[in-house]
Design a protein around this ligand. Sequence first.
Ligand SMILES: [Zn+2]
Length: 333
Amino acid sequence: MQFGVDLNLRNARVHTPLDLATDPETRALIKAGIKTTNCMGKKCNNSKFDFQNVQFYCESSGKFYCKLCSTKAWVFENKDSKIEERPVCRSDDILEQFQHSEKRLVDAMDTSDFHTLDKVYKEITDAETDIDVKLLDDAKVLHLRLEKELDIKNFITSVAHVEDYKTIRKSVTVLNNKFKDAEKLGVKVDEDLVSKINECSRRLISERNLRFEMENMYVSAATKDTVEKLQGLIELATDYSVEDKYMSAANNLCGKMNDNIVARETLQLLLDYPIREYPEPEPLDAKGKPIKTKDDKKKPKKRKKKEPAFPTPEWALQLEDVQKTVKKISDLA
Ligand SMILES: [Zn+2]
């Protein structure tokens, strides 16, 4: 009926199409066609149907039109079809409506904006508008991709600042699962976004490790190893653009630990410096001259074995350096 019939035409045995039809749906359709005496279109000015002006059934509108007011075509049955093997007949109004829907869909797809596409795509699918199946499938694929990408982008934004670093590892898992789930659905996530997912994961992990170590490091217990470890974490965190406030806190802590180590080393230097022994003052006579005792002369000139002299440390050679070293401790205290 899509390709035009005269429903009142009788065959050789004088049977009409209605006499021959057994399927209830087909019979209902034929009955509706018989009832329709005139074309619903505008071009023919509602022409009357007869054996010359036959009826064409527009499936999408469920109405009958004359040849002039309808368009016949072959379309793809499904998205994988290689040849157009599905016949369609559309009234001028329906054809115009479908073409308009297809254009709106193409325009929405061109924006690459999820919300724009979502609105048009849902309108078309909700109304079951019979547009080109291949275009509809392309829209479906893009719709899913934009939806998943938006979800990932929103999540990345939500973890720009993390209050409790203990939640970070879970957030990284959530983010990476979002990506894996999208891939499982056949979504080809945009390469730029894949890079952002990786950057975000690395930033979060390095921030978590830095904050975790900072919480468990004590200035008073600092060693060169702990400072080195913290410096390594700071370097990584710098590479992965961890938030400034954590970077400055870490640098501050690192500085304090370094100072503490220097203070303890300096204190040790001072403690290691031996107490100087001063010689007993020689006894003097009334005139202020040294009194020579007989013992002195008799005393065998035994030379005491010289103990190896304590090497004067570099910092103690000049008074100025000594003062600086001592000041260092008081500054750090
Ligand atoms: Zn017409």
